[in-house]
Design a protein around this ligand. Structure first.
Ligand SMILES: Nc1ncnc2c1ncn2[C@@H]1O[C@H](COP(=O)(O)OP(=O)(O)OP(=O)(O)O)[C@@H](O)[C@H]1O
Ligand SMILES: [Mg+2]
Length: 240
């Protein structure tokens, strides 16, 4: 994945939320964004996924120059997984996945079913395909959400704290699924508070605080942070 951010800024109600964000990250498949609450992590992810547009600067994700591409075109190439799942509760797991393939991506019923079944099997969800999404556990729902976002064969997947609403056991279930994405060489950008997990699943770390990128680099920065801010953040995270 290639990620280019040049002088990116974002304001909400005249308040600076992202300030002069610059990064040029090449040849990394998985990027984790970490940092304290309110740092602007989700905002940055929303800009990268064109849910929102920056007030200044330029963004490029792989070969997509986001100021020159329509959101509709871009949404067909990316996947997004939110903090809580967004499945249709009254539809089955299978239908939750085939629906978007048929209606948005113009796949035939047969093609859509094959894609969905293959992915559900790959992520060990076959036993749940006929359950309604509303009957799944939180962890299963998030795993199905990940599978649904993968069904369109996205160029890149954005995940915003996909485990934040889950207990520790279900969290591990979902994190295992994300490790599998890494093994499959999927390009993804994940916002996470799970630092040990970030170390394992990502190959590049962006640490943000108060709207700025304070430190970034390969995962070794988590063992050997250069800035006082990242040192402080990590010591707070690992307090207990
Ligand atoms: N739509 C919005 N309108 C106004 N302010 C917003 C909006 N979205 C976010 N903010 C503000 O922007 C700042 C950054 O928010 P953001 O959600 O990006 O932080 P975060 O790093 O993802 O935090 P968390 O770890 O708690 O999810 C916060 O001060 C937040 O209140
Ligand atoms: Mg957030």
């Amino acid at each position: 994945m290639e990620l280019k951010l040049k002088n990116v800024c974002k304001k909400y109600d005249d308040k600076d939320i992202l300030i002069d964000i610059n990064a040029h990250i090449k040849d990394r498949s998985a990027i984790a964004i970490i940092g304290p609450s309110g740092a602007g992590k989700s905002t940055l992810l929303r800009l990268l996924s064109l849910i929102e547009t920056p007030d200044c600067g330029r963004i490029c994700v792989n070969d997509n120059h986001l100021s020159e591409i329509s959101p509709e075109e871009y949404y067909k190439k990316i996947g997004f997984v939110f903090q809580t799942h967004t499945l249709f509760p009254h539809l089955t797991v299978l239908r939750n996945i085939t629906l978007i393939l048929e209606k948005v991506h113009n796949k035939t019923v047969v093609e859509a079913k094959k894609i969905a079944l293959d992915l559900l099997e790959h992520f060990e969800l076959t036993e749940h395909i006929h359950k309604r999404a509303g009957q799944l556990s939180g962890g299963q729902s998030q795993r199905v959400s990940i599978v649904r976002s993968l069904a369109i064969s996205p160029e890149v997947l954005f995940l915003d704290e996909p485990t934040s609403s889950l207990d520790p056991v279900l969290t591990q279930e979902v994190l295992k699924t994300i490790i599998k994405l890494k093994l499959d060489n999927m390009n993804f950008v994940i916002v996470t508070h799970e630092i040990l997990f970030a170390k394992k699943a990502a190959d590049y770390i962006i640490f943000m605080e108060e709207g700025r990128i304070v430190e970034m680099g390969d995962v070794s920065i988590l063992d050997d942070p250069k800035t006082w801010e990242l040192k402080q953040f990590l010591s707070n995270v690992f307090l207990w």
